[in-house]
Design a protein around this ligand. Structure first.
Ligand SMILES: [Fe+2]
Ligand SMILES: [Fe+2]
Length: 239
């Protein structure tokens, strides 16, 4: 038996259901008493619940987290929800692209609702990071370590971009007779569906014909930039 946690879960689900019902009922031309009942619920039930937790539950939770949990686990849950909302927004946007007229207003409304929900979650999430975590960093982490973490965050993004788009291979400084060898070696090292971005100072069209002759059906070739000074081509290995 877990009398405390069972009671909390039950109370949470009743709060969430009541809030949802009120949220669906207000914001139109509902009667004034309905709005007032909503405010009564928010102050009498929702805020009372929060105060109860602040007074009697969080001290116990702090103690437990210190011994048994990762304090930022709650932030990871936020990120999970944010991911989920982004996926739902993407899905609804896709559905709207070829929605029949009868479906369009329902989907538009849903898109708006999702955007507003994400907005609320993000506002809360950013406040937590900026009010709790960043001041800790400011008070306790020196500039060098801050820079190292900053670089790791940016480096991580670069790395992701490289996986999706391909690593850059800039041959502009390489002697012309060595360029082709280097390019074909780079291609040979690719796994299926991997790619690299060739950066050159002229149109590498002749190279395309060489690929077509030697690797027909094995490569992809996409111009990302075509001069006049720089040419960038995404060269990939087919799946
Ligand atoms: Fe709660
Ligand atoms: Fe975050």
């Amino acid at each position: 038996m877990n009398p405390l946690t069972e009671a909390i879960r039950k109370h949470h689900s009743s709060l969430a259901n009541t809030l949802k019902a009120h949220a669906r009922g207000v914001g139109g031309n509902e009667p004034q008493p309905e709005r007032e009942a909503f405010v009564r619920f928010l102050k009498g039930d929702l805020l009372a619940h929060a105060q109860g937790e602040e007074r009697h539950l969080y001290r116990l939770v702090d103690e437990l987290v210190r011994s048994f949990a990762r304090p930022t686990a709650t932030m990871t849950v936020d990120h999970e929800f944010i991911n989920d909302y982004v996926a739902k927004i993407e899905q609804t946007t896709r559905e709207l692209a070829d929605a029949a007229d009868g479906e369009r207003s329902r989907l538009s409304l849903r898109l708006r609702e999702l955007a507003l929900q994400l907005d609320a979650i993000l506002e809360l999430h950013l406040a937590k990071e900026e009010r709790i975590y960043l001041p800790l960093v400011e008070a306790h982490v020196d500039e060098a370590r801050q820079r190292a973490v900053l670089e790791a965050i940016h480096g991580g993004r670069e790395e992701e971009k490289n996986v999706i788009q391909g690593r850059p291979l800039d041959v502009r400084e390489i002697a012309p007779r060595e360029r082709h060898k280097l390019i074909f070696e780079t291609f040979a090292a690719l796994e299926p569906e991997e790619a690299f971005i060739l950066i050159n100072d002229h149109d590498p069209r002749p190279l395309y014909y060489q690929f077509a002759a030697e690797h027909a059906g094995e490569f992809t070739w996409d111009y990302l930039e075509q001069g006049p000074e720089v040419w960038r081509v995404r060269i990939g290995r087919s799946a």
